[in-house]
Write a protein that binds this ligand. Structure first.
Ligand SMILES: Cc1ncc(C[n+]2csc(CCOP(=O)(O)OP(=O)(O)O)c2C)c(N)n1
Ligand SMILES: [Mg+2]
Length: 802
């Protein structure tokens, strides 16, 4: 291992000095970006700024040991590191501050994230993986503090998997598992549960993870005394310290202004994590915030003069400068020259980034002005149009809203024009909207996800006398086939390993595929998901199991904030094709019968949400998902594992289509749509309704996201003219989502002769008592009566009131 003392001997003294000076240059350059960045916000060119000033030095030390193939999962203070690895420069820094929508100029997110939210590209413009071993990687940042932690676990665990399962050939993702996952987090954010959950899991798993805590004693205005027991995160984590007797973490404390100590700390950490897969915590103390937390306020409001004086003195850049001069590694003159140079460079970068950002919009502004000029002569409302033209012309720093809003206002005021004259403006608005769709709305789903429903469906096939088995056997045999076919598929969750999940859908598979591919985890839903996210970002195909749907709530935040937004927030340059498996719907009591699907479909736009009615449909979804790259949640029916299903012959290959409903029963009087466990009751009710001459068509939605892409529900309503949605979520939950999709999305209202109705559970969760289900969720009787009432209202003579 190399330590700082050795550097002087390994390098020539001249090279050694040059490297110190070059570090000073980068630190100073980054600092100038922060200083000018704040000014840009305060003078109104940018909206918000959060910068890395005061944290430069440790990031330089870190960058020295960060290698190709490594991953960062950090937060908004890491600009110096991003510059040091060549992923950010002053120009792209300012493009980020202005939120330039062009990914070429603003590679982090194309303006979708605030400045200071960093990412590198894992995918090319067509969504294909790049070779991650040829570059230094950063997973895309998130604003919720601590949310960078769960995925860090998976980014690190991927190395472990690649090292211990060499049969997975993935040269673009790993070389013998030698890659380190590096996390950063602010001192205050270590108070978040996600931090502690991840730390514990990493200690258990012994993965190559190095977490740096940037400790500046504050979390915005709140001092460490309110954040952290003993005001010292490494001290309270000391129980995690590894010893000869037990594996754990290496915990290092180092001062953020002490350059040689920092270099040594990072060398040390890298070596331990990379070669031995020992997780490391580096607690970097005595850091400062020269400009306060962000541009939203000034720190003079909550730091006293003593503290401010200390911060000025212990500013890592100032300390580094003093050290360089005292040790005679650099002269004052050399440093001054570097400073002058950096100041010029940053100013020039700011100007050029601003010009590039603005000129695209000004061009659009001019194209509209040309059209409005012609139109003004034709309308009777000339004065309105001329005022609009002059206001837009006078706007020297337009945003896109100013441009298109002017166009739409003018259109409203020119109703008198004939269609030909309006056509140009109409076309302009249409084109503009479609161009801006790409800037602001595209890439929620990957191209593969969007096209998935076009792929040929492979139906399950059955022998002449198909064996009837418990539903769980269909799943188990299917998972076995998937694990066999795809060495990169891994399944893990609480009780997933030794016993093969609580319903034995994985029975015996750990014995067959080993403890890493079919793994037990601790009870830690959010980091189970994070484990999956990180591994999926490094080319593996994880299936993360959450034991029950009701416990998805613990993981919902990270699914919503991280996976669901990842492809969108990187404008298609990162993906995490994670499959989340869970089980739910009506069974017993408050926490084993939940179906909070309304909340889930609202929060997980960006993921597929699949609700198969039986295990064959579920298995088909898993097979299909493994063949594409979109993250998905699959909810199996908790009460379906012991119900008999025919065992398909083509296990592991048949597919259930996404966004395609299935008509389970045809009828002419009323369309009932439902999904999951409730379908069985709907089918029974349909049979009874038939005995009173009501012919019901029953449709299984089976895929909430994407939703009925062929508009088959509308086609059914066109035939029956009546719609009933039966759902076991609360009123206004998933039933409202379905109703909106059918009425607004498919415009089915034009075929309706009766009010479209919903039948849902009660507002509360069901009581555990045996009758809890009957009195809380839609029962067969409820379904019959609701359907009958619709028919009674339509034809009271044929269907007299009950
Ligand atoms: C979940 C969540 N809660 C609150 C916030 C608002 N917030 C943004 S930064 C911050 C303070 C973070 O302090 P620290 O972790 O010490 O990082 P520092 O900014 O000091 O580097 C807070 C409370 C947030 N972004 N996310
Ligand atoms: Mg802090």
């Amino acid at each position: 291992m190399l330590n700082f003392g050795d550097l002087e001997t390994v390098l020539t003294f001249e090279d050694f000095k040059a490297s110190l000076l070059s570090d000073y240059r980068l630190a100073y350059l980054s600092r100038q970006c922060s200083l000018l960045g704040r000014k840009e916000v305060l003078t109104g060119k940018a909206k918000f700024g959060i910068f890395g000033d005061g944290k430069e030095l440790p990031q330089l030390a870190w960058s020295k040991v960060f290698q190709n193939g490594d991953f960062r999962s950090g937060y908004y203070r890491d600009q110096t590191f991003m510059m040091a690895i060549g992923a950010l420069n002053p120009e792209s820094f300012f493009a980020g501050l202005y939120a330039h929508t062009d990914l070429e100029a603003e590679p982090m997110s194309g303006g979708r994230q605030m400045g200071g939210h960093f990412a590198t590209h894992s995918l090319d413009e067509n969504g294909n993986w790049l070779n991650l071993m040829e570059q230094k990687n950063s997973s895309a940042d998130l604003s919720p503090t601590g949310a960078q932690m769960p995925k860090l676990l998976g980014l690190a665990q991927a190395s472990k998997i690649y090292r211990e399962l060499p049969e997975i050939k993935a040269p673009n993702f790993s070389e013998g598992g030698n890659e380190v996952a590096w996390g950063t987090i602010g001192n205050a954010s270590t108070s978040e549960g996600l931090f502690f959950e991840t730390i514990n899991a990493a200690g258990v798993l012994q993965v190559p993870m190095v977490i740096s805590v940037w400790d500046d004693d504050y979390g915005i205005s709140v001092h460490a005394e309110h954040q952290t027991t003993k005001e010292n995160i490494s001290e309270i984590l000391s129980g995690f310290q590894r010893s000869d007797a037990a594996a754990g973490f290496e915990i290092i404390q180092v001062k953020g202004w002490d350059y040689p100590a920092l270099v040594e700390a990072y060398e040390n950490a890298s070596e331990l994590a990379r070669t031995k897969h020992i997780p490391v915590i580096i607690h970097v103390t005595e850091l400062t915030q020269p400009q306060g937390h962000s541009t939203s306020g000034s720190h003079e409001r909550y730091k006293d003069s003593k503290r401010l004086k200390w911060e000025a003195e212990f500013d890592c850049l100032a300390k580094y400068k003093t050290w360089l001069v005292q040790k005679e590694y650099c002269t004052e003159k050399q440093l001054k020259d570097v400073e002058d140079d950096c100041e010029q460079q940053v100013k020039a970068a700011q100007k050029s980034a601003w010009k590039a950002y603005l000129s695209a919009i000004v061009e659009e502004q001019n194209s509209l002005l040309a059209i409005l000029g012609t139109l003004a002569k034709k309308t009777s409302n000339t004065s309105f149009v001329e005022t609009a033209i002059s206001q837009l012309k006078d706007n020297a720093t337009p945003i896109r809203k100013d441009v298109i809003s002017t166009a739409r206002k003018v259109l409203r005021q020119c109703r008198d024009l004939n269609n030909n004259d309006k056509a140009n403006l109409h076309d302009w608005i249409k084109n503009y909207k479609s161009k801006q769709w790409n800037n602001f709305n595209s890439h929620l789903y990957s191209t593969q996800a969007v096209k998935a429903h076009e792929s040929a469906v492979i139906a399950p096939s059955y022998g002449k006398e198909a064996t009837q088995v418990d539903g769980r056997i269909v799943l188990r045999d299917n998972f076995e086939a998937l694990l066999e076919k795809h060495p990169e598929v891994l399944i893990f969750g609480e009780d997933a390993g030794v016993i093969g999940d609580v319903n034995q859908g994985l029975e015996g598979l750990q014995d067959k595929f080993g403890k890493l591919r079919v793994a037990d985890t601790g009870i830690r839903e959010a980091s189970i998901i994070g484990q999956g996210i990180g591994m999926a970002m490094r080319g593996l195909r994880p299936i993360a199991e959450i034991q029950y749907l009701d416990y998805v709530l613990y993981a919902l935040q990270i699914m919503s904030d991280d996976i669901a937004t990842l492809h969108y927030r990187t404008k298609g340059r990162q993906k995490a094709p994670l499959i989340v498996r869970t089980r739910g719907h009506r069974l017993e009591g408050i926490w084993h019968s939940g179906s909070p699907m309304g909340g889930i479909v609202s929060l997980l736009r960006g993921m597929f949400v699949l609700v198969p009615r039986n295990m064959t449909q579920a298995a088909g979804f898993y097979n299909h998902l493994v063949s594409i790259d979109t993250p998905a949640l699959v909810v199996e029916c908790l009460n379906g594992y012991r119900l008999k299903e025919a065992l398909p012959e083509n296990i592991g290959s048949f597919t259930t289509p996404f966004g395609v409903v299935e008509t389970l029963r045809s009828g002419t009087d009323l369309t009932i749509v439902s999904y999951g466990s409730t379908l069985r009751l709907v089918m029974e009710a349909a049979q009874e309704l038939a005995s009173v001459n009501i012919n019901v068509e029953v449709i299984d939605i089976q895929s909430l996201i994407p939703f009925d892409l062929n508009h088959d529900i509308k086609k059914s309503v066109a035939k029956t003219n009546r719609l009933l949605i039966v759902d076991e979520d609360v009123p206004g939950g998933a039933s409202a989502y379905i109703l909106d999709a059918v009425i607004n999305g498919q415009q089915a209202f034009e075929h309706l002769d009766s009010i479209p109705q919903t039948l849902t559970a009660k507002d509360h969760r069901p009581a555990y008592s045996t009758d809890g289900d009957y009195f809380s969720k839609p029962s067969l009787d409820d379904i019959f009566e609701k359907a009958y009432a619709i028919m009674n209202e339509a034809d009271p003579e044929q269907y007299p009131a009950l």
